[in-house]
Design a protein around this ligand. Structure first.
Ligand SMILES: [Zn+2]
Ligand SMILES: [Zn+2]
Length: 342
C-alpha cells in the first residue's frame, strides 16, 4: 500500500509499505480521508516532545474509512461499514482507563504518533476503537470527529448554559470547533479572539457573534458586552503562554476557564496568586478526549447537530502531502481544515 512515512525529523516520503495484517480483535480500515493537524507538522519538524512520538511513523490521527477485513474474535463490526477511529490505543486496565479517562491512559499509545496512522491506504486497529457512522455522513465530515472531540471535551467540562457568553481565545481548528459546541449548547454571545483577522469569516460561520484581535482590547469589549461582569466561559485553544492570563482575565467571577492549548517548552506564566480565590474561578485543563466523548461527538455530527462541515477548506491527494503542509504553515490563503485522500 501507499503511505507517507516520516522516518526521522525532516525526512518524509510517500512510498510503498506493507499492507498491515489483521490480528485477533482487529479490523482493517481502508482510509477515506485524513485531516492534517499541526502536530503532524511537529512530527516532521522534530519538535514534538520525545515521549509522544516514535520514529519511523506514519502520521494521521484525524481519519475515517471503510472496514475491508474483520479479524478473528471481532463482534459487532462488518466489512463495508464506515468507521471513524479514536486516536488513543488505551490499555483499558490502568487506573485511568478503569475510570473512563482513556485519554490519560498510563501507557500512551496513539495512532499517527506511536502507532501507524491514517496517512496511508490501510490501518489495522483494535475493533473497539472503530465507531461506525451512517452512509449519509460524508467521509470528509466524519474525519473531523477527532479534533471536534477535543473541543467537545473542553466545552462539556465547562458546562455551558443556554444564554451564556462564551469567549474562544485562539480560533484555530480546535477553537473553531469549540464555537460549534458552544452554539450547540445554546450560548447566546460567542466572542472569538485571534491574533489577526485571517480566520474571522470562518469563525463567524462556525457561530461567532463577535470577532476581535488581541490588539483590540478584548477585555474591555467583553466586559462592556456583559454589564461589566466578564464571560461565563472562556475556552483557550491558542497554545501560547500569553493566552493564559488573557483567558483568565476574560472570565467573570464564578466563571469557568478551559485551557486546551499547549504552548510547549515548559514555559512559565506569572499570575496573581489570589486570582482564583477572589474570583471563585474554575480552571479546567483538558488533554485530548475520553473514549465516550469521541462516540458522543460522532453521534452529534452524524445527527447534524454539530456542524463541522464549514471548517473544511482544502482537499489534496495523499501524495501531495508536502504541498498541503506548506499551505498549512504559510497560510498564504485562509486555511481551515486541510484533508488528504489516499
Ligand atoms: Zn490533532
Ligand atoms: Zn490505560
Amino acid at each position: 500500500m501507499k503511505a507517507v512515512v516520516i522516518s526521522k525529523p525532516h525526512q518524509a516520503a510517500y512510498s510503498e509499505q506493507p499492507r498491515p495484517q489483521v490480528d485477533e480483535g482487529q479490523v482493517l480500515v481502508r482510509v477515506a480521508a485524513v485531516g492534517i493537524c499541526m502536530s503532524d507538522v511537529e512530527i516532521l519538524e522534530g519538535t514534538r516532545p520525545a515521549p509522544y512520538v516514535r520514529y519511523p511513523v506514519i502520521p494521521g490521527h484525524e481519519w475515517c474509512g471503510t472496514i475491508v477485513e474483520v479479524g478473528p474474535g471481532v463482534v459487532g463490526l462488518q466489512a463495508g461499514e464506515r468507521v471513524a477511529v479514536e486516536g488513543h490505543n488505551f490499555c483499558g486496565a490502568c487506573f485511568w482507563c478503569q475510570r473512563g479517562q482513556t485519554n490519560l491512559c498510563a501507557s500512551y499509545n496513539e495512532f499517527g504518533f506511536t502507532l501507524p496512522g491514517g496517512y496511508a491506504e490501510y490501518v489495522a486497529v483494535r475493533a473497539d476503537l472503530a465507531h461506525s457512522f451512517p452512509d449519509s455522513l460524508p467521509f470528509e465530515v466524519a474525519a473531523l470527529c477527532e479534533p471536534a472531540a477535543c473541543a467537545g471535551h473542553g466545552l462539556q467540562r465547562a458546562s455551558v448554559q443556554p444564554g451564556d457568553t462564551v469567549v474562544v481565545v485562539g480560533p484555530g481548528t480546535v477553537g473553531l470547533l469549540g464555537l460549534a459546541w458552544a452554539r450547540l449548547f445554546k450560548a447566546q454571545r460567542l466572542v472569538a479572539v485571534g491574533l489577526d483577522r485571517n480566520n474571522e469569516a470562518l469563525a463567524r460561520t462556525m457561530g461567532a457573534t463577535d470577532y476581535l484581535t488581541v490588539g483590540e482590547d478584548p477585555l474591555s469589549f467583553v466586559r462592556d458586552a456583559t454589564e461589566g461582569r466578564g464571560a461565563d466561559v472562556v475556552f483557550e485553544a491558542a497554545g501560547s503562554q500569553a493566552a493564559v492570563p488573557l483567558a483568565l482575565g476574560l472570565a467573570r467571577r464564578g466563571g469557568t476557564v478551559v485551557l486546551a492549548g499547549i504552548s510547549g517548552g515548559g514555559q512559565k506564566v506569572a499570575l496573581e496568586s489570589d486570582l482564583f480565590c477572589l474570583n471563585d474561578l474554575r480552571l479546567q485543563g483538558i488533554f485530548a478526549y475520553p473514549s465516550a466523548v469521541f462516540v458522543e461527538t460522532l453521534d452529534r455530527i452524524a445527527a447534524g447537530l454539530l456542524d463541522v462541515r464549514p471548517l473544511i477548506s482544502h482537499t489534496f491527494p495523499l501524495e501531495e502531502y508536502a504541498s498541503a503542509f506548506e499551505l498549512l504553515c504559510s497560510r498564504r490563503e485562509p486555511v481551515g481544515k486541510i484533508l488528504l485522500k489516499p
